[in-house]
Design a protein around this ligand. Structure first.
Ligand code: SF4
Ligand code: SF4
Length: 101
């Protein structure tokens, strides 16, 4: 009896095809409403005050003023809490799709 169940499962899976994707060749489309990543669309608006980095609970942001001005985001540290987006006085940060990031 078990062989019948096994064959049924085997046939079903052969017809249905694989449930996995060939990542990275086939990427999953992001879910609607996903927060994705933090983006700074217009870096010229940033005054490098560092407020976003100070508010970040996971140290995903680094802001340096000297020697060169730099705003750095580490995507894999980010927990997408949104504290940086809220804290930015120039409103230059936003959530964006992973496709853009
Ligand atoms: S809080 Fe806004 S203006 Fe300040 S460093 Fe961060 S992104 Fe730039
Ligand atoms: S969303 Fe939260 S964790 Fe991610 S960079 Fe902004 S403050 Fe840090």
């Amino acid at each position: 009896m078990k062989i019948v169940v096994m064959l049924k499962t085997l046939l079903f899976n052969l017809i249905k095809g694989p449930v996995t994707r060939k990542y990275p060749y086939e990427e999953r489309e992001p879910f609607p409403g996903e927060r994705g990543v933090i983006l700074m669309p217009d870096e010229s608006k940033c005054i490098y005050c560092g407020l976003c980095a100070r508010k970040c609970p996971s140290n995903a942001l680094t802001v340096t003023r000297a020697p060169g001005k730099e705003w750095k985001y580490e995507r894999f540290r980010c927990i997408l809490c949104g504290a940086c987006v809220e804290a930015c006085p120039k409103k230059c940060l936003e959530f964006g799709s992973r496709k853009q990031g």
